[in-house]
Design a protein around this ligand. Structure first.
Ligand SMILES: [Zn+2]
Length: 68
């Protein structure tokens, strides 16, 4: 199951949730401030093409950030 990344529009808190594809666009409440304005950023699962497995490891350039 893919991991989705969300960020709260109210408090800016970023968090990850494992959800099924059918749930990915459902309303989500921020775990910090309970705001319903958390927005999905992108799927970590498929956001980074693994073109070179020999250099696998941390790939910070594939992150969607910045979150602030
Ligand atoms: Zn929040």
């Amino acid at each position: 199951m893919p991991i989705y990344e969300y960020r709260c529009d109210e408090c800016g808190h970023a968090f990850e949730m494992i959800r099924s594809v059918s749930q990915s666009d459902q309303e989500l409440h921020c775990p910090i401030c309970k705001s319903p304005n958390a927005k999905r950023l992108m799927s970590v699962f498929s956001s980074c093409p693994t073109s070179d497995s020999s250099s696998a490891g941390s790939a910070p350039s594939c992150r969607p950030g910045p979150f602030t």
